[in-house]
Write a protein that binds this ligand. Structure first.
Ligand SMILES: Cc1cc2nc3c(=O)[nH]c(=O)nc-3n(C[C@H](O)[C@H](O)[C@H](O)COP(=O)(O)O)c2cc1C
Length: 374
């Protein structure tokens, strides 16, 4: 299962793990996969602290960083983060903020303690992702950079490649994949709509082969819905050079999350998710609850675009995280349909071991299907 992309990155297994949690990044890289830290929620200063910690916990193993520069967003073209934030804040209608506050009050979610700071503009603009890139380029063990939404700007692709790292981008359609290829990325991540992501609604089994054919010989990582080794075998058999996973790392022992949030995920079935714009402004998959339903009702405010909607919901994210046990009916629980396979809390090492064993069993079973005298 060691593909050419594994060789280039120096990893044992073609398992790529997207996570916002540094402990998971380190554990995946130490277990032979490649942990990728989602940087969107960190300021440049926080990111430096996280990467330094990972450097100290991965020995000589490589890891990756994921940034978010969408193709389209409000305020695109503005370079100064403070100016951008002030302009965006002025664009948020007061009735959206009032509606969000009312929903939390109706569900009995307490206010944050006085003086608690909540960041409303995350790293999802060129102005806020730029300083994150400067930070990651100072960490030699970061061997891979991925962009979540849209084709990374050409100068960023060049800068990352000139530093000796691989750069790629997520896509949900052949059109996106071809745009990434034309911009010169080193690999593409084809993410099916069942995954916990923002890229589109075409299912994985339909999307992966189309993208693989369209960008060949560029390596493709298959994402969206992968939770066991049989799916990994299918992805590699379709021509992918690895699997890019997200949801399955949300409930591992090492993942930092409130017990109530983990419990919601462990109890959920594959029927319990919805693609919604209610938290970030772009459609992403999450557990359906009173919050997602409220933002769908015609009489209520419509979700704003990215990054404005998160300026409305940042307070709710902090409050529902802090008071998770009381707040699950209105909490943000982003996850893909694979949540139906996530039924117990396990260690990262155990998840990787199981993925690899199930992959080997699947390949063996396939070989046994062949007539013996051929
Ligand atoms: C909680 C969560 C947050 C995510 N945030 C990002 C992100 O910031 N950037 C990104 O490129 N992808 C993000 N994704 C998508 C993952 O990178 C990955 O493509 C997706 O999880 C694959 O589908 P799966 O969840 O079915 O494994 C996120 C996924 C989840 C579950």
């Amino acid at each position: 299962m060691r593909t050419p992309l594994c060789e280039r990155l120096g990893i044992e297994f073609p398992i790529f793990a997207f996570t916002h949690c540094r402990d998971v990044v380190a554990a995946v890289s130490n277990a032979g996969g490649l942990g990728v830290l989602g940087a969107v929620g960190f300021s440049a200063e926080q990111l430096e602290i996280e990467l330094k910690w990972i450097d100290e916990h991965v020995g000589d193993k490589p890891y990756g960083v994921d940034i978010v520069i969408p193709g389209k967003y409000e305020g695109k073209g503005m370079d100064d983060p403070a100016e951008l934030e002030a302009k965006l804040r002025a664009m948020v209608p007061p009735e959206h903020r009032a509606f969000a506050k009312r929903l939390l009050a109706e569900h009995g979610v307490p206010e944050l303690p006085e003086g608690t700071q909540t960041r409303e503009l995350l790293g999802w603009t060129a102005a806020t992702a730029g300083p994150q890139i400067e930070v990651m380029l100072k960490h030699p063990k970061v061997k891979l950079v991925a962009n979540a939404l849209g084709t990374p700007p050409a100068e960023i692709i060049r800068e990352i490649q000139q530093s000796g790292r691989l750069v790629g981008a997520l896509c949900g359609s052949v059109k996106h994949a071809l745009a990434h290829k034309a911009a010169g990325v080193d690999f593409v991540i084809a993410q099916g709509g069942e995954g916990g992501g923002h890229t589109g609604d075409i299912g994985s089994i339909v999307l992966w082969p189309q993208v693989i054919d369209a960008v060949s010989p560029l390596p493709v990582l298959a994402a969206g819905g992968i939770g066991d080794g049989r799916q990994m075998a299918a992805a590699l058999m379709l021509g992918a050079q690895g699997v890019w996973t997200g949801s399955i790392w949300l409930t591992v022992d090492e993942a930092e999350a409130a017990p109530a949030a983990k419990q919601s995920l462990l109890a959920a079935t594959s029927h319990d998710t919805v693609r919604s714009r209610a938290w970030t402004g772009k459609p992403c998959r999450m557990l359906r609850n009173d919050w997602t339903e409220a933002w769908e009702r015609p009489e209520n405010p419509k979700p704003l675009g990215m990054p404005l909607q998160f300026m409305v919901t940042a307070d709710a994210v902090s409050r529902t995280n802090r008071y998770a046990a009381k707040a699950q009916a209105v909490a943000f629980n982003p996850v893909g349909q694979v949540v139906g396979l996530m039924n117990e809390e396990r260690s990262v090492r155990d998840v990787i071991r199981q993925l690899v064993e199930d992959y080997v069993d699947a390949v063996d079973r396939f070989e046994q299907l062949q007539p013996k005298d051929v």
